[in-house]
Design a binder for this molecule. Structure first.
Ligand SMILES: [Ca+2]
Ligand SMILES: [Ca+2]
Ligand SMILES: [Ca+2]
Length: 667
């Protein structure tokens, strides 16, 4: 959780007496602020914006545009208040032109427009990089200049500079090299007001001193030194904290982009430009839709969409199932193979074994409206628990734990547990002890009942009830740990009158789970926990919005599902992102190489079960961005798995007896 720890480190000095009096809330997000992306003019084509590729990397050339085209009000990033951060770093990746002596070009300025005063600026000459800022006190205002020698900046190469500022300490790092530190007598002001100011990229509001090189990255990181995030880097000259989308992607990482576009590839921005023979093989970036198009044979072809279709997934296997399938559970048995257990709606469920690159039927198991399977191990014993939603032939509501017979190579019933319209089992360990939690959905018409956590008794070798937790139409349990702490979160669907209910997160404290945090959810069907680097996220699938007496409408299903992130300082999960979904029933997180993805099971849009399920890609501070949609029918559950031949996704349909295996194209 380095980002969060950084945040603690940042807040502490602010709280220390004597430095700026009281604790100050930062005026911006404490995330990297992509100043360059913020400044890309929306009418770029008119503004003469050009994307140029040199030495294998793309940069923006600003000089054809009037300075104002590359500016924006400071209030857009300083939205909470109007003080520039007291400590910060600025990251710039640029290819600087050779300047004659005495000429200066500006990379970034913040100008108080009414007074026409430069509040802060970064400019360079043939020998120096200058950082300027305004200091004010009762005696008046004056400009301070901190100058770093930077002779090697103009060698026609890309360079990434990090300027880190903290009080009187100014530090410049080029290409993750050794820092050059300057201690100045005049500290950077603790309260530099940017009220009514404007941020200019590549100029000081005037044509004089306009930046004539290429800029690829310009990021303000409030509160911390960006070198901690950037360095060391395999490609230090192009180390990336954040760059605008139009500059992303490298040549060769995309089949479609294999065009001879090195050296002065032109990307036009703005509204749809003409595409005739003259524009052949040129690109147009539609900033509003964030789509890249290629002019080919007098037609704009969407390159990103083409990439998505080509690169994401391909159907690998159509897997007919005994009946409609709810949950899927993929698991391996050492020395035996890879399996998937399908929870089938009708009389029997099936376990399939991966054989010659396909799932083939391995064992049928009688179940009763099975909802989900959960695989777990205790020592070398292998178990599979089914959540039965319906009663058996004798009218009893029972869910069953099966045990793998190492001799017969099949699962056999091991323990029966009375459940109430069971939806889900979660298996986990705390302090070396084994637990199973069942989500009891309802008893008769009553949704407000207890769900039960069972504990493995090593002497009886059976699970015994250990704790009950009041739930409302419980649908899913998810267990996870954070450092030494164990958590269990329940998805509550319905309390008898409304699907707008709290789903609760519990923490294990001295022998039992206690309430830790509550989330308002809408017919929550699934929690997915996942980590990206040091960050921990929890995503909830909201299935529908409904109150008794209300008519269910289409918009009851098309609602937001929510991703929360753990904030260590606040000791709570905070909302990270809303994602519109269509009766979402499952989230599945997976990684390919260094990329991270979430896929959602969209099941119903209010009219049809034929709805697209969406794959989202993690894009850093932009969060999750939809990158691919897959036609699905009543999609219920996604699972991911790897074999020696590649990575796959499998999804089930609650509306037809057909599951599908998709292969991830990872080239
Ligand atoms: Ca679960
Ligand atoms: Ca899930
Ligand atoms: Ca799943």
């Amino acid at each position: 959780m380095s980002a969060l720890l950084t945040l603690c480190v940042v807040l502490l000095p602010l709280a220390t007496p004597g430095r700026g009096a009281q604790r100050r809330e930062p005026c911006t997000d404490l995330r990297p602020l992509d100043v360059l992306a913020e400044a890309v003019p929306s009418d770029g084509a008119a503004g003469g914006v050009r994307t140029v590729q040199v030495l294998g990397a793309r940069g923006l050339q600003l000089s054809a545009a009037p300075p104002r085209a590359w500016s924006f009000p400071a209030s857009r990033i300083f939205f909470r208040c109007d003080l520039f951060p007291e400590e910060f770093s600025i990251v710039v990746t640029l290819k600087a032109p050779r300047l004659p002596p005495k000429k200066n070009e500006y990379l970034l300025t913040v100008v108080a427009e009414e007074r026409d005063v430069l509040l802060l600026g970064l400019r360079y000459s043939s020998t120096h990089l200058h950082f300027l800022f305004l200091s004010e006190d009762t005696a008046g205002a004056w400009q301070t200049r901190v100058s770093f020698r930077s002779a090697s900046l103009m060698d026609s190469q890309w360079h990434t500079l990090v300027l880190a500022v903290s009080a009187g300490s100014f530090s410049l790092i080029m290409d993750c090299g050794l820092p050059v530190d300057i201690m100045a007598d005049v500290p950077f002001p603790a309260t530099l007001s940017v009220r009514g100011a404007r941020v200019f990229v590549g100029s000081r509001r005037r044509t004089k001193g306009l930046f004539t090189g290429l800029v690829r990255q310009l990021v303000l990181l409030p509160g911390s030194d960006a070198t901690l995030r950037l360095c060391p880097s395999r490609n230090a000259q192009l180390a990336e904290l954040s760059i605008p989308r139009v500059l992303q992607g490298k040549p060769g990482d995309n089949e479609v982009l294999k065009y001879p576009y090195e050296a002065d590839m032109k990307v036009t921005l703005g509204s749809r430009p003409p595409c005739t023979k003259a524009q052949d093989a040129t690109f147009w970036f539609d900033a509003a839709r964030k789509e890249l198009h290629l002019c080919a044979s007098s037609q704009w072809v969407s390159v990103l969409a083409a990439k998505a279709k080509l690169d994401y997934v391909e159907e690998h296997q159509r897997l007919p199932t005994n009946s409609e399938t709810l949950g899927l559970e993929v698991f391996g048995i050492p020395g035996v193979g890879l399996f998937v257990a399908a929870a089938n709606r009708k009389a029997k469920s099936a376990v399939y074994k991966w054989t010659d690159g396909k799932f083939v039927s391995y064992q049928n198991i009688p179940t009763h409206q099975a909802q989900s399977w959960r695989h777990f191990t205790i020592g070398r014993e292998i178990f599979l628990a089914v959540a039965n939603f319906g009663p058996n032939e004798k009218g009893q509501e029972v869910s069953v734990i099966y045990k793998w017979s190492h001799r017969k190579l099949k699962f056999a019933p091991y323990q029966r547990i009375a459940t109430h319209s069971a939806r889900d089992w979660e298996a986990f360990q705390v302090d070396g002890e084994h637990f199973l939690a069942v989500a009891n959905h309802r008893e008769g018409d009553n949704h407000n009942i207890d769900s039960v956590i069972y504990k493995w008794n090593p002497s009886t070798r059976l699970f015994e009830a250990n704790q009950t937790i009041a739930t409302s139409g419980a649908y899913d349990w998810e267990f996870f740990t954070v450092g030494p702490y164990s958590f269990l979160v329940v998805a509550n669907t319905f309390n008898g009158t409304s699907t707008k209910v709290h789903s609760h997160l519990y923490i294990w404290l001295v022998g039992s789970f206690r309430l830790f945090q509550s989330f308002l959810t809408l017919g929550a069907a699934d929690w997915e926990v996942f980590r990206i680097g040091d960050r921990l996220f929890l995503a909830v699938a909201n299935s529908h919005s409904y109150d008794v007496g209300m008519q269910l409408r289409n918009d009851s299903y098309t609602i937001n599902s929510v991703i929360y992130e753990l904030n260590v300082t606040a000791q709570a999960f905070v909302k990270f992102q809303d994602i519109p979904t269509c009766s979402a029933l499952d989230w599945e997180f997976f990684s390919v190489g260094e990329d991270h993805f979430l896929v959602v099971a969209n099941s119903f849009d209010g009219e049809s079960f034929s709805v697209n399920s969406i794959i989202y890609r993690w894009q850093g501070y932009e969060g999750f961005v939809a990158v691919h949609s897959l036609p699905t029918f009543g999609c219920r559950d996604w699972e991911t798995f790897d074999t020696s031949a590649g990575s796959y996704l499998i999804y089930s349909s609650a509306k037809e007896p057909l599951s599908r295996v998709l292969r991830l194209r990872t080239t």
